[in-house]
Design a protein around this ligand. Structure first.
Ligand SMILES: [Zn+2]
Length: 466
């Protein structure tokens, strides 16, 4: 029996030396400096190359595909098990106490951009592979550690890989959290389009704006209206704000009233965690005697979308036993009296319901307001059953090494590389007890966690390929 933890511990110094080299490369997407040779800019390709160089140094076969993706291979045969990590990072950004590109080990933490997402975990998986090779363990199933360079944006590299290389029989991505993610909800966005009217009326919705991104709950909303009796409306607005969980101010500019409302932002995958400033502002505006196109826009929102993360008013309330609830985020609301408007709704949906069904319900709701609905993008739900051999094998390794015998696989609303494989899950490397600093200033991961991840990966790769 291999003592995986003791074996991994011998590699700590080398692992940290390699991680230092990876962190030193600014590998954020840099298309401003793109060339034919480096489609995503030189940084991501350089980090990929560094990864592949580790593989060559340690005696593995490697391949670089067009400087956007590459792999390190161990074993023989046509079929293979895949491990999908990435060498790109989000930009360093502001607010760092130290140099983000200089790996610092302080109080047991490895600090630097990419230590947690995903250079640290992907390199830990690489060392898992290296440990097997150094122990002379020949896998029955070939293994490929595949390194993407555009995970944080468009998945350019990993998509290229799956277009040009044969698909793996199974795999995991060390680019999320432990214990294991075996399901990712589908993600579909619809735009509901409203017409405007160039005719000017006495009392009118002139413009409305809320939200920054489809996958965020809008924190801010504003609108301009013209009203015959603005003073009365101002009083009503103050009373409305008094009784709503949002703050707001209104000001009179000539014949116009300008409303500003502030709610609470949250990630769109769980809109319950936020307060949508846009739908609250619409709830106030619906009391006003607005023009017909403005009324259509506002009433569609208030009658179908307000305070309804489970889309009950649309008749879309749906829960899958294992994947959970369908959720809806009203991420963008934009209206101009002349040109019309658009309301952008983002749905995270479990298996058992389709984008076509969601669209049909939205269309039924939109028709009375002379609005039309279009779908803008879609990612299908991804799910591997909890009793699948891959899931049970990886979970057993995790439980054995952590002692967390009650750990359960999870379903999330987000998307990882795992969904690229029919038989794919996300596995590590953020432990349940750890602080999530991915994409933040002062990104870190405890060295002990990275070493435990390495040990888990070594045993996991051994188990699923023996
Ligand atoms: Zn990542």
């Amino acid at each position: 029996m291999t003592d995986w933890k003791a074996t991994a511990a011998k590699y700590q110094d080398q692992y940290l030396a390699d991680l230092k080299q990876l962190v030193a490369i600014d590998s954020s997407r840099d298309v401003e400096n793109q060339t034919d040779e480096f489609p995503l800019g030189p940084g991501p390709a350089k980090a990929l190359d560094q990864f592949l160089d580790f593989g060559k140094r340690d005696g593995f076969t490697t391949k670089n595909i067009d400087n956007v993706v590459g792999y390190i291979e161990y074993g023989t045969g046509d079929d293979y098990f895949a491990i999908l990590g990435h060498a790109d990072t989000v930009p360093a950004g502001n607010g760092w106490d130290t140099n983000p590109f200089e790996l610092l080990i302080q109080n047991g933490q490895a600090i630097g951009r990419g230590t947690s997402d995903d250079k640290g975990p992907a390199l830990a998986a690489y060392y898992g592979l290296r440990i097997l090779k150094d122990l002379g363990i020949e896998p029955k199933l070939k293994i490929r550690l595949i390194i993407g360079t555009d995970e944080e944006t468009n998945w350019t590299g990993m998509n290229r890989y799956f277009e040009t290389e044969p698909a793996p029989t199974a795999g995991f991505s060390p680019d999320a959290e432990f214990p294991l993610i075996n399901g990712e909800k589908g993600n579909v966005t619809f735009e509901t389009h409203f017409t405007g009217d160039s005719a000017i009326s006495e009392q009118q919705l002139l413009s409305f704006k809320a939200g920054l991104k489809e996958n965020m709950v809008p924190r801010d909303a504003e609108a301009f209206v013209t009203m015959e009796d603005p003073d009365e409306v101002m009083k009503d607005f103050d009373a409305f704000i008094e009784n709503a969980p949002v703050s707001g101010v209104a000001s009179i500019i000539g014949k116009q009233i300008h409303f500003e409302v502030v709610g609470k932002a949250a990630h769109g995958m769980e809109p319950r965690n936020g307060i949508n400033a846009g739908t609250y502002l619409a709830m106030f505006l619906k009391q006003l005697p607005l023009d017909q196109p403005g009324t259509n826009f506002i009433r569609f929102i208030t009658n179908n979308l307000h305070d309804d993360s489970r889309a009950r008013q649309l008749g879309l309330q749906f829960t899958d036993e294992v994947m959970g609830d369908l959720t809806m985020n009203v991420g963008l609301m934009d209206y101009d009296a002349e040109t019309g408007g658009v309301v952008n709704t983002n749905f995270r949906y479990p298996k058992g319901i389709t984008p076509a069904e969601i669209q049909a319900h939205l269309e039924k709701a939109a028709t009375p307001y002379q609005a039309t609905v279009t779908q803008t993008n879609n990612m299908e739900p991804h799910f591997v059953p909890a009793d699948d051999q891959l899931v049970t094998d990886l979970m057993n390794v995790y439980k054995e090494q952590t002692g967390e015998t009650n750990a359960q696989p999870e379903v999330v609303g987000g998307g990882t590389f795992a969904r690229l494989m029919e038989h794919g899950v996300a596995f590590g490397a953020l432990f349940p007890s750890a602080t999530d600093t991915m994409h933040q200033a002062n990104e870190f991961q405890p060295v002990a966690d990275l070493m435990l991840a390495m040990s888990i990966y070594a045993q996991a790769i051994f188990t699923v390929t023996k």
